[in-house]
Design a protein around this ligand. Structure first.
Ligand SMILES: NC(=O)C1=CN([C@@H]2O[C@H](COP(=O)(O)OP(=O)(O)OC[C@H]3O[C@@H](n4cnc5c(N)ncnc54)[C@H](OP(=O)(O)O)[C@@H]3O)[C@@H](O)[C@H]2O)C=CC1
Ligand SMILES: O=C(CO)COP(=O)(O)O
Length: 332
């Protein structure tokens, strides 16, 4: 049975996943890139910045030494933001062993070319390494507070999915396995764009009808892109699709939704980014998703208008008008 895991990325999600593994009797080493912050976490035995109320379990240790972290366990779970995902893989490559397996909980695309992250792993490490992705409706603070949560673990390797299940599953953290690595990643990456759109709509003062319409038509956009990229329809109706879309479009714990709210209330993109002060994956995902939709000729009007607000200075009110002024059409 697996008893150890290395987690790379000491932000809110990496820390919550480390706490959850260690609480489940798994010896856990959490790596962060900033030595001063790691020293403070080590002294405090908690991550004051991201999860201030949560004491670390005994089996959780931290390090700023990447080689030590990678050599600590054959299971490596990456939870850094998507814009440093590839760089992190390049840095860990020399320290990997033949047994190393790579999982990630990052939600997004490679900013260089819009690739899904499994393709980035393939480019950097080759296709022989076992991989898995963890995604679903999972706010870090709620996981750390032991509030009941469910997540999808997708892998082509049933053994690796089972090892991650053994590490993570317990009475308040349910893991479901899947073989649809593509669908799970597309759901997690694109819902962030739609959460920004839902935030904008609420910030402009629109109501529950608008929000529900955005979620539903947003799901259609995720499905159009996701199935074309090779994901399975049912995945988008599950935790990593509809589940995460509902969570982030409706609850203000979502940084992407809060970012959209600020834009809808008239704040600038820079003001909103500064105020939130954490990763807002939907900002880059809006560009990458829009570019993918153009390349593949997929109709994604909410994504397109969100992209134009973020990158072409389109007034959010005009973006809503653009959506509403499109020709009438059949729903499916
Ligand atoms: N928070 C959540 O509830 C969830 C987040 N996710 C996903 O997890 C990923 C990480 O997000 P999250 O933890 O929330 O973000 P946070 O903003 O909470 O933390 C980001 C972390 O990344 C670190 N970081 C920045 N640059 C680098 C680098 N070059 N190398 C290593 N670490 C770096 C930051 O360090 P520093 O503090 O020094 O800036 C910080 O610790 C995202 O893809 C997000 O979508 C998925 C599910 C839930
Ligand atoms: O992915 C998340 C929850 O599943 C976190 O959402 P935000 O990044 O919008 O905060």
């Amino acid at each position: 049975m697996t008893t150890s895991i290395s987690i790379l990325g000491a932000g809110s999600w990496g820390t919550a996943l480390a706490i959850q593994a260690a609480r489940n009797d798994c010896s856990t080493l959490l790596w962060g890139h900033d030595s001063a912050k790691i020293k403070k976490i080590e002294q405090d035995k908690k991550n004051q910045r991201y999860l201030p109320d949560i004491d670390f379990p005994e089996l959780l240790h931290v390090t700023d030494n990447l080689e030590q972290a990678v050599r600590f366990s054959s299971i490596i779970l990456i939870a850094v933001p998507s814009h440093v995902f590839k760089d992190t893989l390049i840095k860990i490559a020399p320290f990997l062993s033949r047994d190393s397996k790579i999982a990630w909980a990052t939600k997004g695309f490679d900013p260089e070319d819009g690739s899904l992250l499994h393709a980035v792993v393939g480019q950097v490490l080759g296709n022989h390494v076992a991989t898995a992705v963890m995604s679903g409706p999972t706010f870090a603070g709620e996981v750390a507070a032991k509030l009941p949560t469910a997540i999808t673990i997708a892998s082509a390797s049933p053994l690796f999915a089972m090892q991650l299940t053994e590490i993570y599953h317990n009475q308040y953290f349910r893991t479901y396995t899947s073989s649809d690595i593509i669908g799970v990643q597309v759901g997690g990456a694109v819902k962030n764009v739609l959460a920004i759109a839902a935030g904008i709509a609420d910030g402009l003062g629109f109501g529950a009808n608008t929000r529900a319409a955005l979620i539903t038509r947003g799901l259609t956009e995720i499905m159009r892109l996701g199935t074309q990229l090779g994901g399975q329809h049912d995945t988008f109706m599950g935790l990593a699709g509809l589940g995460d879309l509902i969570l982030t479009c409706t609850d203000n714990q979502s940084r992407n939704r809060r970012f959209g709210l600020a834009l809808g209330q008239g704040k600038s993109k820079q003001q909103a980014v500064t105020e939130i002060g954490q990763e807002i994956e939907g900002v880059s995902a809006a560009r990458e998703t829009y570019q993918l939709s153009q390349k593949l000729d997929i109709d994604m009007p909410i994504t397109e208008q969100t992209y134009r607000v973020l990158y072409e200075n389109l007034d959010p009110r005009k973006a809503v008008q653009n959506l509403l002024n499109r020709d009438q059409k059949a729903e499916v």
